[in-house]
Design a protein around this ligand. Structure first.
Ligand code: SAH
Length: 357
């Protein structure tokens, strides 16, 4: 490995850290001392058990930035914490810390902005600014853990950005965050949510990581889906569900589907019937026994989209149709309703208010 540019310490594997130390004239065993501390949130300068010269060499040859808490909102309703993190170049992303009965889960962002163009989503309005690095993905987990004092048990990649549009960094992050000598979060406690990049779903399946794949489906027919999710014009529903089936066959991991309910667009009883039929037909025929789970999410209203959330009655009826057809449906509990906790909105708001300052 070449270390011509300054290496970002939080993006390195233990092996790469060893090589870096060797290139700096340090013994490679020091990687075993340094790696766990980096992943606890300590910069080289803060490591008291490392000699001064080593710290100096590391600081000169590398960078270490944890995302900085720029804003923090705590829900009075359920303790959900939303962070606006500032990255080393001044760009901001959001992460949300959620408390569930079985532990604390963090929702992280994978890109600054997003290019996918989903019509209901706040994160995509200004397009994609850049990908996050593996160290910045990991940094959100470390920084939120340090700030909150919570042990983080699970991760969902459902924040700003399309994780599969930042494939290599995400895969490296998964490896890093899973390391026992680091943050040590099991793959089974990690979910990746995608709008449906079929080629990348296949690449992910080939890695056979036992993470949970979450598909943002949001419609059961191509016309409706293409109207709200431009990616559907490249990979339609049939292609997407075929990839889901291959993913399940390769990994044995269940796939969950996200379905955002938008009043008058995709929330009718017929739409629910069509969704049930579609999922049962495409996923259950050969793959007997694949558990299908649909998360129903009344859309968060974003002023630019003009979409409105479905009423409670429509949501209940929609869920009932799915259940009747053997599909588990849960209505997503709205966490942090008082702090605008759905991702993308805080970053946008902050950018807008800074423009007007
Ligand atoms: N790009 C990935 C992950 C980020 S979006 C994906 O598409 O899955 C995370 C989830 O939030 C997706 O299911 C997305 O469709 C949903 N979402 C985005 N904007 C929303 C809104 N305004 N209301 C409800 N859900 C929304």
């Amino acid at each position: 490995m070449e270390f011509s540019q300054k290496s970002e310490l939080l993006s390195l594997t233990p092996r790469e850290l060893e090589e870096l130390l060797l290139s700096l004239g340090e013994p490679k065993y020091r990687a075993g001392q340094i790696f766990p501390q980096l992943h606890k949130g300590l910069s080289p300068e803060e490591m008291t058990n490392i000699g001064k010269l080593t710290r100096q060499r590391l600081s000169e040859a590398t960078t270490y930035h944890l995302p900085r808490v720029k804003r923090k909102l705590v829900s009075a309703l359920d303790g959900t914490v939303k962070y606006l993190f500032e990255l080393s170049d001044g760009n901001c992303v959001e992460s949300v810390l959620m408390q569930y009965e079985h532990g604390t889960t963090i929702c992280i962002s994978t890109q600054v902005g997003c290019n996918m163009g989903c019509r209901f989503c706040a994160s995509t309005i200004g397009g994609k600014v850049r990908n996050l690095t593996p160290g910045e993905l990991l940094g959100q987990v470390i920084a939120a853990g340090r700030d909150s004092g919570e042990r983080i048990d699970g991760i969902v990649m459902m924040g700003i950005g399309e994780p599969l549009d930042n494939f290599d960094a995400v895969v490296r992050f998964l490896d890093l965050v899973n390391r026992p000598e680091g943050v040590n979060i099991g793959y089974r406690h990690i979910s990746l949510s995608t709008c449906g990049l079929v080629d990348k779903i296949d690449r992910l399946a080939a890695l056979r990581l036992p993470i949970t794949l979450s598909i943002s489906l949001h419609a059961a027919d191509d016309e409706t889906r293409s109207a709200i999710m431009p990616i559907n014009r490249k990979y339609n529903i049939a292609a997407l569900l075929a990839a889901c089936k291959r993913y399940f066959e390769a990994t044995g991991r269940r796939i969950s589907f996200e379905y955002t309910l938008i009043a008058g667009k995709n929330d009718s009883r017929e739409a629910a019937e069509q969704l049930a039929l579609l999922l049962n037909r495409s996923l259950r025929t050969r793959t007997e026994g694949m558990p299908i789970h649909v998360n129903l999410i009344p859309v968060n209203e974003v002023k630019e989209s003009g979409f409105q959330r479905s009423g409670a009655k429509a949501v209940k009826a929609f869920a009932a149709v799915l259940e009747r057809n053997g599909i588990r449906a849960t209505v997503r509990r709205t966490l942090g309703a008082d702090i605008n906790a759905s991702c993308g909105q805080l970053r946008k708001e902050t950018a807008e208010s800074e423009l007007h300052e």
